[in-house]
Design a protein around this ligand. Structure first.
Ligand SMILES: [Zn+2]
Length: 368
């Protein structure tokens, strides 16, 4: 049985300003609470996020992540009516049960179900073409068959693309036709809007920017390549690099917890701000790779804006300030201008909103 979600995202004081200022309709209707908590503030959205009027087209958006699955009943204006989450399913029946329990909660008819999922997804058929890791059991399957929602249409796409779609429909990329987005978290997702169309490539793998080589002598990646951006800038990369320093008994202010838990990325950012030399070294190195990759993406796609999303984007100025000038300097000759690097506006719910957006786009209720 799906449980109502408390959508939680962390924002820096800098991002609070952005959130406060935004005119994004969903945010405007969300009852929210912002509480100061040191490094980050937490914005907590209650389970009943907006009241649906009977004339508003609704869809269910599902975001299948590596650790959690989220879903929401979403209105065509990007407003979340009700949200749900559970730990990530480990079987197809668990996934089906979750989505069906969400469907039962819908008090008004929905137009369809949209799904954002990690890996390479054939959007035309909803087939999961490649999905290494914990969700590997979905590889080769049609998500529409797994969900088995009868006559209700099921759409699916890569989760970074659905996050970008949310930004294009309701967020930072409204009205834009050339946009690059990175989702920075456990891994690094990428999605690109080129001349008003989502980049897919010949086999739906286009835009996987986390798997661009930034160090040809780097470590082996989950994708089989070496030295991908994801192996050098991601939560796992930052945490494992800090752990390597601890293992070598380098002078560090953080330590392994009593239950063996390693310092997480948020703690490492916080430690760097407090002067932990080890944390600063780890982050400086990781950010150098991120900055280099960003310049390459700017040169490749010549976007109007570049969007950073995902859990690490909550670091806000600590993420951007150290690399912003260098990025501008290294790209200004070729591009002839400075491309704004902005944060995701649909923080915490872009995955589910964008997944529902797939349904609205397919039924031509919305257009990019
Ligand atoms: Zn890779």
């Amino acid at each position: 049985m799906a449980r109502p979600i408390e959508l939680v995202w962390r924002v820096s004081s800098h991002e609070q300003v952005i959130l406060t200022a935004m005119a994004f309709s969903a945010i405007a209707t969300l009852p929210s609470r912002i509480a100061q908590s040191g490094y980050n503030a937490q914005t907590i959205v209650s389970e009943n996020l907006a009241s649906a009027d009977s004339g508003t087209p609704l869809a269910i958006g599902v975001d299948i992540g590596a650790t959690a699955i989220k879903a929401a009943i979403v209105g065509v204006h990007g407003d979340l009516v009700e949200s749900f989450h559970e730990p990530s399913p480990r079987t197809t029946s668990a996934l089906q049960d979750f989505v069906h329990s969400v469907l039962k909660c819908a008090k008004l008819p929905v137009r369809g179900i949209g799904i954002g999922c990690k890996g390479i997804i054939d959007a035309a058929s909803s087939r999961v073409k490649s999905l290494p890791g914990d969700l590997h059991f979905l590889e080769g399957l049609l998500l529409s068959e797994v969900i088995a929602a009868g006559d209700l249409p099921v759409s699916a796409d890569n989760d970074a693309r659905t996050a970008l779609i949310a930004e294009v429909l309701w967020g930072a990329a409204r009205g834009r036709r050339n946009v690059v987005m990175l989702t920075l978290g456990t891994g690094v997702g990428g999605a690109v809007l080129v001349d008003g169309a989502i980049l897919r490539g010949a086999g739906d793998a286009g835009g996987h920017l986390g798997h661009v080589t930034v160090d040809p002598r780097g470590g082996l990646c989950i994708c089989g390549n070496y030295g991908c951006l994801e192996t050098l800038f991601s939560s796992r990369a930052i945490e494992s690099d800090y752990w390597a320093h601890l293992h070598r008994a380098a002078p560090a202010k953080l330590s392994v917890g009593s239950a063996g838990q390693l310092p997480d990325t948020e703690a490492i950012f916080r430690a760097a701000a407090k002067g932990d030399e080890c944390a600063r070294y780890v982050l400086d190195r990781a950010l150098e790779y991120l900055g280099a990759a960003l310049v390459s993406f700017l040169h490749t796609f010549d976007p109007e804006i570049f969007i950073l999303g995902g859990s690490i984007a909550a670091a806000g100025p600590q993420l951007i300030a150290p690399i912003q000038d260098k990025i501008a300097q290294r790209s200004k000759i070729l591009l002839g201008r400075e491309v704004p690097i902005v944060f995701q506006k649909t923080v915490g719910y872009g995955g589910v909103a964008g997944a529902a957006g797939l349904v609205f786009l397919q039924q031509r209720l919305l257009a990019i």
